[in-house]
Design a protein around this ligand. Structure first.
Ligand code: GLN
Ligand code: ZN
Length: 774
């Protein structure tokens, strides 16, 4: 029996890689210094894994930016716009130009697109393919890193994304072909890689084919069969591990079981039932090994040894010890690095900390599970086993986790709790009477620029260099100025600006019971950007109002409406590490009740318009379509619970960032927000088609300008977009607003853009009046 690891975090325990990359981009360190940092992180990671008793240690899991981009470079899939730049720059700069775009020395090349890696918060760089796409072995990174580890005395298992998943991760940049048709051109480069690795005496190679967890077409499934048969024909001596993660093989299982691979890796955290399915199918070939992903690579909870050992035993009983490998469920890049670095006992109390494990601790868990599985008799005498059992038992029964009041409130939820008192049509009339807004009302999405100054106040306050009163005064002043600016600009529905918030989830998590925070629990989100998700460890409740103070303060300054600003339950859930001892839907419902109370408190404080942001609702969709309905059912219900405690004339808004709505438009409508604002300007209002075709009944604010760029749009452009919008959606249903929050922008461009936006709305009003007069 062997231990197997699929990938290890490359950001470094103290985010060394982030710091090195950013210094390099800022011109502060040389390319050699940057490469040296990479080398030292790889060395540390390999040695750590070797010391932790991992038999199959991955290589090529390191990346300066993203492993999909690495592979595009390896395979020579470099879009044409970078070719010129590639001639005059070193490979590192070419690579970063693909990731981030390049604007220097008269060059101006845009970056490649970035999107989410399956249902994680990691973002990868999307490969671009043309009809005549050619592939060559452009970079030998994978071979170099194998040799580099070998020189350290560690024989690694190179990891690479399999050819089918690689193609499916990409996009066709022209019409007339499907990217999967490129498979025959692509495969020879994979052969070349394997030849070179074989020449270095490689024993194991891991191919990640995470698309096997999705619904594949017959053609795509056939491509899998073709690829792994061809590889086996040419390289019968390399032990190929085919790794799937994040869900079951589903209807791809029969295809997978017929493949001539050495080992199948299974994610038994996300899909525990598949081990039985495989063992009972009778289809598993006698020679195939199973890598059991029993340690959760995507969450921060300590493994339950008893439970995992039962799973491992089931497999060893059926297959014998030799044919079983013990592993994390997926690459550990989705876990923070090292729990030992969490030494601040006020942020993370010892009681909560003992329930957790980060990447380094997960390696240890894999090793221990392996040891116990191989030495059954020792288990009950082992201190490590006892410790694990005690921690898990403590977590099950801890009063920190269990709040009977919360549980009984959830149990008592009735059908009426997720329904507004009346239908939208009835509410709308009352809202029109009370709010008295013009046609094409203007508003923003919530945040105003988080300047360095605002950030420095927060940092000083946290360090104790600024008193609470002084910090509060500064925030009040900033809020007041923002209200005045919005009044002067003529916006109709104002916001307070969110200056008191660090992050839209963290701000709420810090005020809710059931949440804990780490000091160093960073996970790579994209490139050098890391996030530190809150940890939801217990039943969630709201000890006291969270936003009423700032919203009422802002409302007290003006006679215009100020919109209350909340993060919705699904987004809070989605961007946190969530407890695994109850269904996510249950946790989400608890958060929904806390937000519901906040909404009601805002209403009682005189706030008539309340926005509940749900930018993450679409990314929460399960990978397999057959699970969508169930997710959407509880997610939409959670939003409705949070929004439904108010009177008819209180207007509920929601906001979602760039999303494809076509396939979930019914569910978006079911959320029944009075107004939804969406990101539209980059797609030139194409997104609106979904709303128009569906006849979306409520009000919509299609973003009229892109806040991701400093560019100031003209009112003329925005009028054009609004005309496009009013061609498909009745004018009296439309709002005018930017794409998303303005926190990343500067004041200068923000002011100019909003003045143009208000002018655009005014022009639209005049145009509509003229039509009515005729
Ligand atoms: N209200 C938030 C803001 O304006 C919304 C951010 C988001 O959609 N991601 O910043
Ligand atoms: Zn947004």
């Amino acid at each position: 029996m062997l231990t197997n690891n699929l990938g290890y975090p490359r950001i470094g325990s103290n985010r060394e890689l982030k710091k090195a990359c950013e210094s390099y981009w800022a011109g502060k360190i040389s390319v050699d210094e940057l490469l040296e940092t990479g080398k030292s992180i790889r060395k540390q990671n390999w040695q750590l894994q070797a010391e932790s008793g991992i038999d199959l240690i991955p290589s090529n899991d390191f990346s300066f930016y993203d492993q999909v981009l690495d592979l595009s470079l390896t395979l020579g899939a470099i879009p044409e716009r970078y070719h010129e730049l590639g001639k005059t720059n070193n490979t590192t700069d070419l690579y970063f130009a693909m990731a981030r775009g390049a604007q220097k020395d008269g060059q101006d090349v845009v970056a490649m697109e970035m999107t989410k890696w399956f249902d994680t918060n990691y973002h990868y760089i999307v490969p671009e393919f043309t009809k005549k796409q050619a592939f060559i072995l452009f970079s030998e990174k994978i071979i170099d890193e194998f040799i580099e580890a070998n020189d350290l005395g560690i024989k690694t298992k190179p990891v690479l994304i399999g050819p089918v998943s690689y193609l499916l991760l990409g996009k066709e940049k022209e019409e007339g072909f499907h990217r999967i048709d490129l498979i025959e051109k692509l495969l020879p480069v994979y052969f070349e890689i394997l030849e070179k690795l074989e020449a270095q005496n490689v024993e194991w190679v891991q191919f990640d084919e995470p698309f096997l967890a999705l619904n594949l077409s017959t053609k795509e499934r056939n491509a899998i069969t073709y690829v792994y048969n061809e590889i086996n024909k040419r390289f019968p001596n390399i032990k190929i591990i085919l790794a799937n993660y994040f869900d079951c093989f589903g209807e791809n299982l029969a295809t997978v079981l017929a493949l001539p691979v050495h080992t199948l890796h299974l994610d038994l955290v996300r899909c525990p039932s598949q081990l039985d399915d495989i063992l009972e199918s009778g289809q598993l070939s006698e020679s195939v090994y199973l890598s059991l992903g029993v340690v959760d690579g995507r969450n921060i909870w300590k493994n339950d040894f008893k439970n995992s050992l039962a799973i491992i035993k089931k497999a060893t009983d059926a297959l014998g010890q030799n044919r079983v490998l013990v592993a994390p469920s997926c690459s550990l890049i989705h876990s923070p690095c090292d729990l030992e670095l969490e030494t601040n006992t006020t942020t993370l109390t010892p009681e909560i900390k003992q329930w957790m494990a980060f990447a380094k601790q997960k390696l240890e868990e894999v090793q221990l599970l392996h040891y116990f599985a191989a030495n059954e008799t020792d288990v009950n005498n082992s201190i490590r086993f006892q410790e694990n059992a005690v921690a898990n038992e403590n977590r099950k029964t801890s009063p920190l986790i269990h709040n009977e009041k919360v549980k009984s409130r959830v149990a008592k939820i009735t059908a009426a709790d997720d329904q507004r008192k009346n239908s939208f049509a009835v509410r709308r009339k009352k809202q029109i009477d009370v709010l008295n807004l013009p046609l094409f009302p203007t508003t923003t999405i919530g945040s105003f620029p988080q300047t360095n100054e605002v950030r420095s106040w927060r940092a000083k306050f946290k360090k104790g260099e600024l008193t609470a009163a002084a910090y509060n005064d500064l925030l009040q002043k900033e809020t007041e100025e923002t209200i005045r600016f919005q009044e002067e600009t003529g916006l109709d529905v104002l916001v307070h600006g969110e200056f008191e918030r660090n992050d839209m989830v963290e701000y709420f998590g810090e005020q809710l019971d059931g949440f804990a925070f780490t000091k160093n629990g960073w996970v790579q989100s994209y490139g050098s950007r890391c996030v530190k998700p809150p940890v939801i460890y217990g039943d969630v409740s709201r000890p006291k109002p969270m936003t009423v103070k700032w919203s009422s303060y802002a409302q007290s300054l003006t006679s215009k409406w100020v919109k209350g600003m909340l993060t919705g339950p699904v987004t809070i859930l989605q961007w946190s590490f969530v407890r695994n001892d109850q269904a996510r839907s249950e946790t989400c419902t608890q958060i929904a009740l806390a937000i519901r109370d906040e909404v009601i408190d805002l209403e009682n404080a005189g706030i008539k318009i309340i926005q509940i942001d749900e930018p993450a609702i679409r990314e929460g969709l399960p990978l397999r379509k057959e699970e969508w309905a169930n997710y959407l059912d509880w997610a939409v219900k959670a939003f409705r619970i949070s929004a439904s405690g108010v009177k008819d004339d209180t207007q509920i808004h929601t906001h979602m960032c760039y999303s494809e709505f076509n396939d979930i438009i019914q569910n978006i409508a079911d959320m029944d927000a009075d107004v939804i604002t969406i990101e539209c300007s980059r797609s030139q209002m194409e997104l609106l088609d979904a709303f128009a075709n569906f006849n979306y009944p409520n009000e919509i604010g299609p973003g009229v300008y892109d806040i991701h760029s400093p560019r100031v749009p003209s009112s003329k452009e925005m009028v054009q977009l609004l005309e496009k919008a009013s061609a498909v959606i009745p004018a009296d249903q439309l709002w005018v607003n930017p794409d998303c929050g303005l926190k990343t922008r500067h004041w200068d461009e923000t002011k100019k853009a909003l003045i143009e936006m208000v002018a655009a709305a005014q022009e639209m009003r005049v145009a509509v009046e003229n039509i009515t007069l005729i």
